[in-house]
Design a binder for this molecule. Structure first.
Ligand code: SAM
Length: 373
């Protein structure tokens, strides 16, 4: 038996598709745990995982990606604020909001700051924040943050809601106390029965780690937790997951938010500004520093019979061609589809270049990191 059985176990338990982070990440985590336990073959370690839930939880801690920061992507929070002025968010009290996964707390605390800035009192809302990682939740409850949790230019919120200490920036109790943290696995059968309904759910940057079938299972759960007309925010590379489901995109640009509705609708992709863009395909597993530069043209495609090539263009090449011609929105849509469908590393890479060209360096860097993994 190889580590493949352990990858399979992780997929069944937490949904992690090894292809999304790269098998080497899982291999390293397994080696690390085996060393700690003085186990020298994966067969014995696999047996231990099957009999010791606590060890499975430890391994999960090793493989989760905790990357998050306050006001990540900005636009979803602007959209939330705008939606607070109209039904159902303007008329429902207390508002019930879920952030899953919440990682180390930056996302649910951001939501709380947005609600307080909009004039809601602590009694007007309840935020549940859920993550599979106990370690991340401990850090979330501690609510003490360092510089990497604050990105972007507008950090006025940090002066309003944090106290600077020697250990970092400590969140004030008025925000801290409004979030209720819970440890749970979104894919557990009982996840929905103990919760909801929510007027708003943030589920960002988790679906990207699942295969298509698991994504749909997760969205089934989220849908069942959403109140009628409730809002669901997903990550920028996850909007395609909602295609053909009962969600309509919110009209706020690039917020990646959807309203639950009665009829299935196609998810609309984002619309970055057009620019002249050249890109180079990703070289496998080479680490790059800094932001991408858009330079060389695509290599010559492999020779294919002309009529077949015309009928079934390779979607990745098609996306690159569209990007080169300045049709960035269409190129982005294809990339998002490829990411949702098969976590295509080159799609992450091209989408990173498109976001960079659209003046979104933070999103570009996140995508680039995923492409490199
Ligand atoms: C990249 S963070 C996303 C945090 C935040 N939503 C954001 O977008 O900034 C991914 C988080 O998903 C959590 N996670 C992974 N699998 C999970 C699962 N099956 N159920 C709940 N949380 C999970 C990880 O522990 C990690 O904290």
């Amino acid at each position: 038996m190889s580590v493949a059985a352990i990858e399979q176990l992780l997929k069944q338990t937490m949904g992690l598709d090894a292809a999304s982070v790269g098998s080497s990440v899982i291999h390293r985590a397994v080696e690390e745990r085996m060393q700690r336990l003085n186990i020298d073959d994966p067969v014995s370690y696999h047996a231990r995982l099957l009999t010791h839930d606590s060890e499975l939880a430890q391994l999960i801690e090793e493989v989760v990606v905790p990357e998050t920061w306050f006001f990540r992507d900005q636009k979803p929070f602007e959209a939330l604020r705008a939606e607070l002025t109209r039904p159902p968010l303007a008329t429902t009290r207390p508002l019930r909001i879920l952030s899953v996964p919440c990682s180390t707390g930056e996302e649910p605390y951001t939501i709380a700051m947005v609600l307080r800035d909009a004039g809601l009192s602590p009694a007007d809302f309840r935020i549940d924040a859920v993550d599979i990682s106990r370690h991340n939740l401990e850090r979330a409850r501690r609510a003490s943050y360092r510089a990497h949790s604050f990105r972007g230019d507008d950090l006025a919120f940090r002066d309003r809601y944090f106290q600077r200490t020697e250990q970092g920036y400590h969140l004030k109790p008025e925000i801290r106390d409004s979030v209720n943290f819970q440890q749970a696995n979104l894919l557990d059968a009982g996840f929905a029965s103990a919760r909801g309904p929510y007027q708003v759910i943030f589920c960002r940057n988790l679906l990207i780690y699942f295969d298509r079938e698991t994504q749909q299972r997760a969205v089934d759960t989220l849908e069942s937790l959403l109140a009628r007309d409730g809002l669901l925010f997903v990550g920028h590379a996850e909007t395609a997951v909602l295609g053909e489901r009962c969600f309509e995109p919110l009209e706020h640009a690039r917020c990646f938010g959807f309203r639950r509705c009665d009829q299935p609708q196609a998810a609309r992709p984002s619309e970055p500004e057009a620019s002249s863009l050249r890109w180079a395909p990703l070289k496998p597993r080479r680490r790059r520093r800094g932001r991408p530069h858009l330079v060389s043209p695509l290599p010559e495609p492999a020779p294919v019979a002309e009529e077949i090539a015309e009928e079934t263009p390779d979607p990745m090449e098609e996306a690159a061609r569209l990007a080169d011609e300045g049709h960035l929105a269409e190129a982005a849509r294809i990339c998002e589809g490829l990411i949702a469908e098969r976590n295509e590393p080159q799609a992450f890479y091209l989408l990173a270049l498109i976001r960079d060209a659209a003046g979104e360096p933070e999103e570009a860097e996140t995508l680039l990191r995923k492409a490199i993994y």
